[in-house]
Design a protein around this ligand. Structure first.
Ligand code: NDP
Length: 296
């Protein structure tokens, strides 16, 4: 099967690496061409010169870009995806995008018979490296079955959540929970540290209690207590995700004050910490406000 992957970022590159296997003939494209060339040299994948070139001859094209806006912007023009996509091709968007834009893209592609599905992922860079991502799909049953052999290359739990847009909606709600947990645990651990209670001891207790989460069990233990703060998932992207969750609730006329506040707070954090900061570095803003670092 000819598969093309566009967007070799922090999560896209390890996902694409699983497709550089004999089962697939892999082509890659990346906006910064040097990254694609390095990936091609490492894996043997063909390096395309444009999105159109990547799409030409591919049965399945995968995108993994920051937002749905970038995906939509790759569609048009002589070098755009639509210029290269065959009428019977399938576009799988693994971006954590927004449901409304995905429905619009699906409609445009559908006019030519091209299938589209949203398939955002969760599990982080380590999950991508292990090929153990959760994949949340928005598609009809037939498209889902066409996509499954490709998704299985990097996904472990692959679930059809509903029609186009449903994958992005579930992902956004997941990300709202992630953002809220990070913010709430930051507040709690900074307060405990300021009061002289050991944060690592408190985490140990919380992780054996009802307030535990992936944030307390993994992220804070491995990144905050150690002060390692590896940059694997940008705070800017988390802010984008939680904003999508707030918009999704609003579109459905569901009051979601906590999600909206989380989106607003993460926007403040993004502004303060910059575009390259990792999502877990959010705690640094709370530390600054309290003039107290989370102790080890
Ligand atoms: P990165 O910022 O590391 O990479 C973004 C990718 O998109 C790069 O390949 C970049 O190209 C490309 N890109 C950016 N802007 C444009 C544009 N205007 N036109 C074409 N290409 C563009 O992001 P991630 O890989 O971390 O994230 C990608 C998606 O996956 C996001 O939606 C994110 O929310 C989601 N995600 C990320 C996870 C993670 O742990 N990192 C986990 C789960 C989901 P270039 O190299 O030129 O900058």
């Amino acid at each position: 099967m000819n598969v093309s992957f566009l967007g070799l970022g922090a999560i896209g590159a390890p996902m694409a690496r699983h497709l550089a296997k004999p089962t697939f003939a892999l082509t890659v494209w990346n906006r910064t061409a040097e990254r694609a060339r390095a990936f091609g040299a490492e894996t043997g994948a063909r390096v395309a010169t444009s999105p159109a070139d990547a799409a030409r001859g591919a049965q399945v094209v995968i995108t993994c870009l920051p937002t749905s806006r970038e995906v939509e912007s790759l569609l048009d023009g002589d070098s755009g995806l639509l210029a290269g996509l065959a009428d019977d091709a399938l576009l799988i968007d693994c971006t954590s995008g927004d449901p409304a834009t995905s429905r619009r893209i699906a409609e445009r592609l559908g006019q030519r018979g091209i299938a589209f599905m949203d398939a955002p992922v969760s599990g982080g860079v380590s999950g991508a490296v292990q090929g153990a991502l959760t994949v949340m799909c928005g598609a009809d049953d037939a498209t889902m079955e066409r996509a499954r052999p490709v998704l299985e290359a990097f996904g472990k739990k692959i679930v059809r959540c509903g029609p186009v847009g449903a994958g992005h909606a579930v992902k956004a709600v997941n990300q709202a929970l992630l953002g809220i947990h990070i913010w709430a645990l930051s507040e709690g651990l900074v307060a405990l540290s300021k009061a002289g209670v050991s944060a690592s001891l408190a985490l140990d207790v919380i992780n054996a209690s009802s307030g535990r989460s992936n944030v307390s069990q993994n992220l804070f233990t491995e990144r905050v207590i150690t002060r390692a703060f590896p940059r694997t998932f940008k705070l800017a992207l988390l802010e984008k995700d939680v904003t999508i969750a707030a918009e999704f609730a609003r579109e459905n006329r569901v009051p979601a004050p906590l999600t909206q506040v989380a989106a607003d707070l993460l926007r403040v954090a993004r502004k303060a910490l910059g575009e390259e900061a990792d999502h877990v570095e959010t705690v640094k803003l709370l530390e600054e406000w309290a003039a107290c670092e989370v102790n080890g």
